[in-house]
Design a protein around this ligand. Structure first.
Ligand SMILES: C[S@@+](CC[C@H](N)C(=O)[O-])C[C@H]1O[C@@H](n2cnc3c(N)ncnc32)[C@H](O)[C@@H]1O
Length: 322
């Protein structure tokens, strides 16, 4: 397992402290460690449409099949960016195996526990020596491309997956990184959570219950407890906010009493009435997604939208679509 310097303990603690002082928990901390990983799996099992809606599962299979013809016969490496438990990537690996002579897999996630789970899942399809787990904060690893060059030979074609990640990362931070990673001939498959229906806001309101539920509250509260914040010191609230033309679902914890915490040996104060933003999830329309991708030189070459209208999988290329 390779661990990028963005994940060294000092850098991680500093990021957490800075985020807490700014009132915004960096999303990666919600997935960090075995306990948070288990709690998130419970959310995913109960509420992720990719688990609960066969229509959504089928758009991933469609996207895998559609991308397969692109470079058959050459060695390929699947790089799962934010791989989570690797379930989707593993389904893709099964298909890639059928058309490529050698297949490598780099399960890459900020959570070491997630990369371990993804490695286990992928071992059903690939020998372990072809699986190269990488622990890395994608938002803080401008040298990820060079790191990958050291893991897989340059002549190996790369297919990147970026599933379930668009909601949790600031588009203007992550999209330039993705664009820089893609070399000539590489592919990127990404998924986005969409607002169903004709009204952007109405669609986001319709999916709010997928977030405001017992499993998600348990996952978020468990992060707070890990910090030393008990549920009785405030209230968790879900809502919708607009940020630069995009709507996102948020979960804030509003403190009902002033709390002084010690985090990594430093003191952090939350005043009564202060709200800490714990979670956000951007929802797109197909138009907002295309617009944001294009802003960073990325274009949609193929897309498949679930019949629910709530999720889409997109094959994205850098530059003009052939
Ligand atoms: C919503 S899950 C998606 C998992 C998987 N791709 C899927 O579709 O089932 C988000 C994943 O991104 C990871 N993650 C969040 N922020 C990250 C970051 N800054 N860098 C790398 N991984 C991150 C989390 O640990 C988690 O595994």
């Amino acid at each position: 397992m390779i661990v990028h310097p963005s994940q060294f303990p000092d850098a991680v603690q500093r990021q957490l402290l800075d985020g807490l002082r700014l009132g915004q928990v960096p999303p990666r901390f919600l997935y960090d460690g075995d306990r948070q990983t288990q709690k998130w799996f419970a959310v995913h099992r109960a509420h992720s449409p990719s688990r609960t809606d066969t229509g959504v599962q089928s758009i991933y299979d469609w996207a895998f099949d559609e991308s397969l013809g692109q470079a058959s016969g050459r060695p390929v490496c699947l790089v799962g960016l934010g791989c989570g438990g690797g379930q989707k990537d593993t389904r893709f690996l099964a298909k890639l195996k059928s058309v490529h002579p050698t297949v490598d897999y780099v399960p890459c996630d900020v959570s070491q526990a997630m990369t371990r789970v993804a490695r286990e899942a992928a071992a059903a399809e690939l020998p372990l020596e072809r699986i190269h787990p990488l622990v890395c904060d994608l938002a803080n690893a401008p040298d990820l491309g060079q790191l990958l060059d050291g893991i897989v030979p340059l002549q190996t074609k790369r297919v990147f997956t970026f599933f379930g990640m668009i909601p949790n990362l600031d588009p203007d931070v992550i999209l330039p990184r993705l664009a820089a990673l893609l070399c000539e001939g590489d592919q990127l498959l990404l998924s986005a959570n969409l607002a169903p229906g004709d009204s952007y806001r109405g669609g986001v309101e319709a999916v709010l219950p997928q977030y405001d539920n017992a499993e998600t509250c348990d996952w978020l509260s468990s992060f707070l407890e890990g910090l030393g914040v008990s549920a009785s010191t405030g209230e968790l609230r879900f809502g919708i906010e607009e940020v630069v033309g995009l709507l996102r679902i948020i979960a804030d914890f509003e403190f009902s009493e002033t709390l002084q915490l010690s985090v990594a040996g430093e003191s952090v104060e939350f005043a009564a009435g202060h709200a800490l933003c714990l979670f956000f999830s951007y929802r797109h329309t197909q138009q907002t997604l295309a617009k944001y991708l294009a802003k960073h030189g990325l274009n949609i070459a193929a897309s498949q939208i679930a019949s629910s209208g709530e999720e889409g999988v997109f094959r994205v290329v850098r530059g003009l679509v052939a």
